[in-house]
Design a protein around this ligand. Structure first.
Ligand code: GLC
Length: 573
């Protein structure tokens, strides 16, 4: 493999050359991400090599063969950094190390080497909006005076009312409760998420410089890309007087809002982009930005992060009209930004799509997000809702996934969806871990149901996850969805994903699609310029095809027929 010397950025010295055994991918393939199938590993729930009940990095390494056989192009790892796990690792105590519970930096290097040896790229999660309250910087604030440089790395304010006993504003955290927490000397700090996640002050140059260091640290270790957590919330206008919650809610989200999706956040990403582009191939980034669709291209532009999640399919019902509109709109948005579109049906924050599609359509909330995020009403009060149609939900999920995998752009898949796993809805309250459950309190069941450790085998301790049990209880029905069962079955969801992902490189040779008329509103059909076609029947009545050469079907399809709630792929004639 050849390597070019990385140029310097902003007058800083070039990043150190990497030892050969940490070599990333060879130069010349700077666009690998545009149509990649990216598999999200939630490390503490994937595979547990040391038997302590928590998944770890050696566990990921031990399953590289499985990932290679699946046919994915990249793995995105949710945070594995030192953390007290107040928010599943999204509370980071040290951005440039591995949590000892999950392994060491050497284990990380071994994992990257093993993944790269199978042509699987590595994307890591960067959490820049907040640190953990265990981070050295935050601990320093507790021994420092109000107004000190240490406190300026975060967002500290005096309280209101007598002796400042009231929080500075009535702002509410995303996880519920006040967004402010008081420290011993009476000041308050802002936390848009859990109490243990103090928000950083992105006006502070030291904060900016430190993240550049972190991005170089992982890039130098051979990481290929980054997923940027809550990318739309970093910069804030905290000019006094601070507005009330109602006043903030009344403001347009036009880039000038004091707290959300500010235009000036792209100054941060322009600096990061220079860092990414100093590597060969350039490191990639994808924004987790819950913003108005029209503003997503700002994050996806080549001079910003380069790609952004589009969560619209994940928020949609299994419905032809919604799917078609979302696909058309997002391909147009991708054209605007010059990036490729992204497609997501499940991740570690939402109810698994097999379960969503097995429940009566939930009422749509205005923004979509809060209704579907976390527990929502279908899964409240103990979770096991009699309305859940397990088989129907899975059937629709398989059809939706095969539709998604045929679309131009990147597909982001979440561990366990390839087994057709349903949400584990009936976790007892005493086992729950997610802060959204504790801060709601108890009303929102939280996100633990999609984070239960993966069943690798139908028998044995924790279904093969590890020797020491699983940190969240696994249900008995995991046995029939275990990897060792599904890999033997020709019609299993795992077999379907493997076949689709392995065919994908033939299908993804261009980035366009053309809708074809089907004469039926509930049937979508599109053709790629290379001749591949995808047909999805969202309805229940069979659809007659004009061809019989189906290459892959999400469920049994008699010759020339697309049964209800089924997708088929047709190869070039
Ligand atoms: C993102 C993550 C989520 C986390 C939150 C705070 O939305 O996906 O899991 O709780 O950010 O970091």
């Amino acid at each position: 493999m050849t390597r070019t010397q990385n140029p310097s950025v902003d007058g800083r010295p070039a990043p150190p050359r990497q030892p050969d055994d940490r070599e990333a991918f060879p130069s010349g393939n700077a666009t690998w991400w545009r149509q990649a199938a990216v598999y999200q590993v939630y490390p503490r729930s994937f595979a547990d090599a040391d038997g302590d009940g928590l998944g770890d990095l050696p566990g990921v390494t031990s399953r590289v063969g499985y990932l290679a056989e699946l046919g994915i192009d990249a793995v995105w790892l949710s945070p594995f950094y030192p953390s007290q796990l107040a928010d599943g690792g999204y509370d980071v105590a040290d951005y440039r190390d591995v949590d000892p519970k999950l392994g060491t930096l050497d284990d990380f290097d071994d994992m990257v080497r093993a993944l790269h040896a199978h042509d699987i790229r590595v994307i890591v999660d960067i959490v820049p909006n907040h640190t953990s309250d265990q981070h050295a910087w935050f601990r320093e604030t507790l021994d420092s005076e109000p107004g000190s440089p240490a406190r300026d790395r975060y967002i500290f304010r005096s309280g209101r009312g007598e002796a400042g006993a009231e929080p500075p504003t009535d702002w509410v955290s995303t996880f519920g409760g006040s967004a402010w927490e008081q420290v011993a000397d009476g000041q308050w700090y802002l936390h848009n998420f859990a109490v243990e996640q103090p928000d950083l002050n992105w006006s502070n140059p030291e904060v900016r410089a430190d993240f550049v260091r972190t991005l170089r640290f992982w890039s130098d270790r051979g990481v290929d890309g980054f997923r940027i957590d809550v990318a739309h919330m970093l910069t804030k206008d905290m000019t006094e007087p601070l507005l009330s919650r109602a006043e903030l809610d009344a403001l347009p989200l036009d880039g000038q809002h004091p707290l959300i999706d500010r235009d000036d956040v792209h100054e941060v990403y322009a600096e990061w982009r220079a860092v990414f582009n100093a590597y060969d191939p350039p490191r990639t980034a994808v924004a987790e930005a819950w913003v108005d669709a029209a503003r997503v291209p700002l994050y996806a532009r080549a001079e910003s992060l380069g790609q952004a999640f589009n969560f619209e399919l994940l928020e949609a019902d299994f419905d032809a009209e919604q799917f078609r509109r979302i696909v058309s709109d997002n391909l147009a948005l991708a054209e605007l930004s010059g990036s490729s579109s992204t497609w997501v049906l499940s991740n570690h924050d939402v109810v698994r799509h097999a379960t969503r599609y097995g429940l009566p359509h939930p009422p749509r909330a205005d923004s979509g997000r809060p209704a579907l995020k976390h527990g929502n009403e279908w899964l409240l009060s103990g979770g096991v809702t009699p309305a859940l149609d397990r088989a129907g939900g899975l059937r629709r999920a398989r059809a939706a996934t095969l539709f998604l995998l045929g679309l131009p752009g990147s597909a982001y898949l979440y561990q366990g969806e390839e087994l057709g796993l349903h949400e584990v809805a009936d976790i007892a309250d005493e086992h729950r871990q997610d802060p959204t459950f504790f801060r709601s309190p108890g009303i929102d069941k939280g996100r633990d149901g999609c984070r239960v450790p993966i069943p690798w085998s139908s028998t044995g301790t924790s279904f093969g996850f590890g020797e020491g049990g699983a940190h969240l209880p696994q249900p008995a029905w995991f046995a029939s969805s275990a990897v060792d069962v599904e890999e033997r079955l020709p019609h299993s969801t795992l077999t379907l994903y493997r076949r689709a992902l392995n065919l994908r490189s033939e299908l993804q040779t261009d980035e366009q699609l053309e809708w074809m008329d089907t004469g039926r509103n509930e049937v979508l059909r599109f053709a790629r310029p290379n001749g591949w076609q995808v047909v999805t029947n969202f309805g229940t009545e069979p659809f007659e095809l004009d061809r019989a050469d189906v290459v892959l079907a999400s469920d049994d399809a008699p010759l020339g027929i697309v049964p209800g709630e089924t997708t088929v792929w047709l190869a070039p004639a």
